[in-house]
Design a protein around this ligand. Structure first.
Ligand code: WT7
Length: 670
């Protein structure tokens, strides 16, 4: 990795206004929209909501008893009805909804009418397996059309889905199944990733073997098939008679007629778990009417969706991006989209560009960590392919470095496509800070401005609101806060109202605290600067330091652990762990036993949480640097892990501790 191609300069003054031709055709191109929305937020959001199909109108736009807000009170609608049936009823049934590529190269397409049939049969199958309105269903599946069908089928019958990313371990899956009290788990025999099979059913069996009394059934989609000549060896898991059912046995036989359940606007649509700064993940709750309004509006304006577009969001539905910008937002807009199951390097490092070329993709929405990886692989891969169909590019998940932004614009976008850098969170449900591609002058590394109808500000550490119009051309730095409720905001943490209040609403009373640092420049553009709490952003995924520490100390050899995110050129942050071994397990970290122990601990964390949480580095230490009051000095650990000169060590109880860690770093790096 050459470090000179990627840096994080924050003095960035390049501005790229939309081209005249893009602006002329854009879904929104009147800059007055910001002021109009701010003048009457309720009317503005009500106008968006009225574009959805309601079964019963609302009587009150919103009611705020912070930290709780309700939107479109009294209204009834169904999210699946809006994403599927409505398009069929309005004459768009023959439009392609999904072009789905599997990693082995299989391509399947589904029209909206076909999606309706699949989702209806699945909805009836879920009911036949005992799922009723208000129940939770856990989905642990490959990224592909069946996962989208399963989400929509839950929405259709009024059950809440809880999608668990297929890269999570049995332990993480178990924790999420039991926390949500899921009645059913929908999974697959396996999923393709990097030419190998992720044995989803086997992992599901292991999760359920830990005890999950709420689960009465497991529905298994056959994605991979029996291990054979073309299918690498993998474990399909044992068949549990009475609990397990094959999808092709129960779903295909169902009737196509499955009415959409009328849901209250405030009925739960889904739970999605995200890392919290304590080890336990938070079950973020999203409801029906406000959420659908938020994702419908942002998808239409931010991605400038048109009937003729072929849209591709590369996120897996295991993350919120797949919920809001694969399923609900784009489908409520009736778009044609590409789904891709597997790795960007199979069969070669040009897979993404081949997909764009093959399906004439017009809009690409991906993550900075992927863009940095493509930069490192080199331009030859995209340059081999015809990317001229692209007209808009998006980025999400973490701050994008200006150099990666410029590369994305030049190499992928041919210098013609606007880039929308979208800031939001699992909790916000929809995009909050973003360019509007027909209006905004974009700047490499800035998410620009709050979406119309969204209100943001900066606070200082003392909880005072900062003046963003100070006239200082350098701008103002602080902590981001959202000052007005918005329709797609989370409605709570499943089973833990206390933690909801504490995490989001106690830092700045009356304002929502997202946990991100931010600078607003002299033009009013927002530059998101990363987390201010103990959440790491590893390849754009939220992992808490506590979660990894808890996994480490659960190992019999570990007495104490401290985890930090260190800067990483591709992942954004990589995990570094500092561990103290129990006296009975002490080893010299540089000996073969020490190296074996480190490898074992890395594998242990991956097995506990999932491969995304595997630490890049583990340092074995006799002690951890602590202040005299016993607080671990993470700043110093970061200095060590990033190979910097040690900062101020004068407040340490024992300065020798970091010195010995530093020696270990230097030996490791050679
Ligand atoms: C955190 C939320 C939003 C879906 C994917 C992540 C960081 C996200 C950006 C961006 C700078 C960003 C923030 C945020 N983040 N997008 N465009 N620029 N930072 O969802 O797992 O809930 O993580 O991701 O730190 O708080 P999530």
């Amino acid at each position: 990795m050459s470090h000179d191609t990627i840096d994080t300069l924050l003095t960035e003054d390049r501005v790229f206004p939309p081209s005249e031709s893009f602006a002329a055709q854009a879904n929104v191109n009147d800059p007055e929209i910001y002021a109009r929305a701010a003048a009457d937020r309720q009317a503005y959001w009500a106008n968006w909501a009225s574009q959805l199909r309601w079964m019963e109108p609302w009587h009150t736009v919103s009611d705020w008893q912070l930290p709780y807000a309700k939107w479109f009170i009294g209204g009834r609608l169904n999210a699946c009805d809006n994403c599927v049936d409505r398009h069929v009823d309005e004459g768009r049934g023959d439009k392609v909804a999904f072009i789905a590529e599997g990693e082995p190269g299989d391509v399947r397409t589904f029209t909206y009418a076909e999606v309706k049939t699949h989702v209806s049969r699945l909805g009836n199958a879920l009911k036949a397996m005992g799922v009723a309105k208000g129940d939770r269903v856990c989905l642990y599946m490959p990224m592909g059309p069946e996962l989208c069908f399963a989400m929509l089928a839950c929405a259709r019958i009024g059950a809440a889905h809880s999608v668990v990313f297929g890269g999570f371990s049995a332990e993480s899956l178990h924790e999420r199944i039991t926390d949500a009290g899921a009645k059913l788990v929908v999974t697959a025999d396996g999923s393709w990733r990097n030419g190998k099979v992720v044995p989803l059913k086997e992992i599901t069996d292991a999760a359920l073997a830990k005890g999950a009394p709420s689960v009465t059934g497991v529905l298994v989609y056959e994605r991979v098939g029996e291990p054979s000549g073309n299918v690498p060896d993998y474990n399909r898991g044992a068949w549990h008679e009475g609990r397990d059912q094959w999808w092709h046995d129960v779903v295909d036989a169902q009737s196509d007629d499955c009415p959409c359940e009328p849901m209250d606007a405030e009925d739960l649509l889904y739970i999605l778990y995200t890392s919290g700064s304590t080890g336990k993940p938070k079950g973020i709750m999203h409801t029906t009417g406000g959420y659908l309004t938020g994702v419908y509006a942002t998808a239409q304006w931010v991605f400038d969706l048109k009937d003729s577009d072929i849209y591709w969001c590369t996120a897996d539905c295991g993350w919120v991006t797949g919920h809001s910008y694969v399923v609900y937002g784009p489908m409520a807009n009736g778009v044609t989209q590409v789904l891709y199951e597997g790795s960007p390097a199979v069969p070669d490092k040009d897979r993404f560009w081949r997909i764009i070329e093959r399906h004439r993709v017009t809009i690409l929405y991906t993550a900075p960590t992927a863009i940095r990886m493509f930069m490192q692989w080199g331009e030859e891969y995209p340059n081999r392919c015809d990317l001229s169909s692209l007209r808009l590019l998006g980025s999400v998940g973490e701050p994008i470095n200006p150099e990666a932004w410029m590369w994305y614009r030049r190499v992928i976008g041919g210098e013609r496509c606007p880039i929308v850098d979208t800031w939001w969170q699992t909790e916000t449900g929809a995009i909050m800070i973003t360019p509007l591609p027909g209006i905004s002058g974009t700047k490499p590394g800035s998410a620009t401005r709050p979406f119309p109808g969204v209100a943001a500000t900066l606070m200082n550490e003392e909880g005072q609101e900062l003046n963003l119009d100070s006239g200082d051309p350098e701008g103002t730095g602080g902590i981001l806060a959202l000052t007005e409720p918005w329709p797609s905001m989370l409605r709570g943490i499943w089973g833990d109202p206390e933690r909801y209040q504490q995490t989001y609403w106690s830092r700045f009373p009356g304002k929502y605290f997202p946990g991100d640092g931010c600078k607003v420049d002299g033009d009013g553009s927002y530059w998101l600067l990363g987390r201010v709490d103990d959440i790491m952003l590893v390849s754009g995924h939220n992992i808490s330091t506590m979660e990894v520490e808890s996994a480490l100390v659960a190992h019999e050899a570990v007495a104490e652990a401290a985890v930090i995110g260190k800067q990483h050129a591709i992942k954004g942050q990589a995990i570094a762990a500092f561990v103290i071994l129990r006296a009975s397990h002490r080893v010299d970290p540089t000996s073969p036993e020490g190296e074996a122990r480190i490898a074992e601990l890395k594998a242990w964390v991956a097995a506990k949480i999932g491969a995304i949480a595997r630490p890049d580095d583990i340092y074995i230490s006799a002690d951890l640097p602590k202040t005299r009051s016993g607080k671990i000095m993470r700043r110093l650990l970061r200095d060590v892990a990033e190979g910097r000169a040690l900062g101020d060590t004068t407040t340490l109880a024992d300065p020798n501790v970091v010195a010995s860690l530093k020696t270990q770093y230097e030996e490791k790096e050679g």
